[in-house]
Design a protein around this ligand. Structure first.
Ligand SMILES: [Zn+2]
Length: 280
């Protein structure tokens, strides 16, 4: 799963290429929006919300009449629309100059947005849909405070996390309704950095406020780094304390890192890693 810092970076890249520009060509390679044509629309903002990417477009004032004629698609481009994507496992947006060859095969492309000088291609997106901007809440309204958003509220995030004190700390951190932006990497690494196992009920950990503060700090320092790094070690050394390091030596104490699945069902099962000595 993507982490909020990846989505934040993807939004920054898309914003640099598209914001304020008129779309000259769009291609939505998903059945519900295959006939939708947003060419002539202006990109008005690109916003990350947790792990969701929102590209907002609006008709140019003088193009509104022709746009209102209708397209037969699920949405009409006569009012503000939001192109909503979620990267899920493998999704990525890439930016190309005019005529530049794509670095991924065309059949993996789900969405293509071109301006006069740039083309943004969304490959292997877990989700791509277009909704009226006025109903964005139906997509992101359930999200808790966004670690990288203007709505960040540490006290509310803490209250949300503690509302279910029995929940394992890692699963509580992953639940986007509590706070938005953390994925499995951060859930594991934050558990290590606080010295608690990912399975520990969140209600039992000492000073959960520090956990929230640490999560904020960790994602903030990584939001502009090209490569995420939680250990602060130089290139070539492990970037993560425990995530993905089963059987390897703990960077602090040398104990072998353990891993297991954690969760209660098919949609709530995650791999967890921890150091049995450093994390109690
Ligand atoms: Zn250790």
């Amino acid at each position: 799963m993507p982490e909020g810092d990846s989505v934040y970076k993807a939004a920054a890249k898309l914003r640099a290429a598209l914001d304020g520009q008129v779309l000259t060509r769009t291609d939505f390679r998903v059945p519900a929006f295959a006939t939708l044509d947003l060419s002539g629309q202006t990109v008005t903002s690109v916003v990350p919300r947790g792990k969701h990417l929102l590209i907002r477009v609006a008709p140019a004032a003088d193009a509104a009449d022709s746009a209102a004629a209708g397209t037969g698609s699920a949405v009409e481009p006569s009012a503000g629309l939001t192109i909503h994507s979620h990267l899920k496992m493998e999704g990525v947006w890439q930016i190309y100059g005019a005529g530049e060859r794509w670095r991924k095969p065309s059949y993996l492309a789900r969405g293509v947005l071109s301006t006069a000088s740039k083309t943004a291609v969304g490959f292997e997106l877990g989700l791509l849909e277009v909704v009226p901007t006025a109903s964005e809440d139906s997509i992101v309204g359930h999200l808790g405070p966004d670690l990288l958003g203007p709505d960040w509220d540490a006290d509310l995030a803490l209250a949300n996390l503690l509302s279910d004190p029995e929940r394992p700390v890692a699963l509580a951190l992953l639940d986007q309704r509590n706070l938005a932006g953390l994925g499995n990497v951060f859930a594991n690494e934050l558990s290590f950095l606080r010295g608690v196992r990912p399975h520990t009920p969140i209600g039992e950990i000492a000073d959960p406020k520090r956990l929230v503060a640490l999560g904020y700090k960790a994602i903030m320092v990584n939001k502009d780094r090209p490569i995420r790094n939680l250990t602060g070690l130089p290139r070539g050394k492990p970037r993560y304390w425990v995530h993905g390091r089963r059987g390897e030596a703990c960077l602090r104490c040398g104990t072998r890192i353990e891993s297991d699945q954690l969760g209660t069902g098919p949609t709530d099962t995650r791999y967890m890693w921890w150091c049995p000595s450093c994390q109690k």
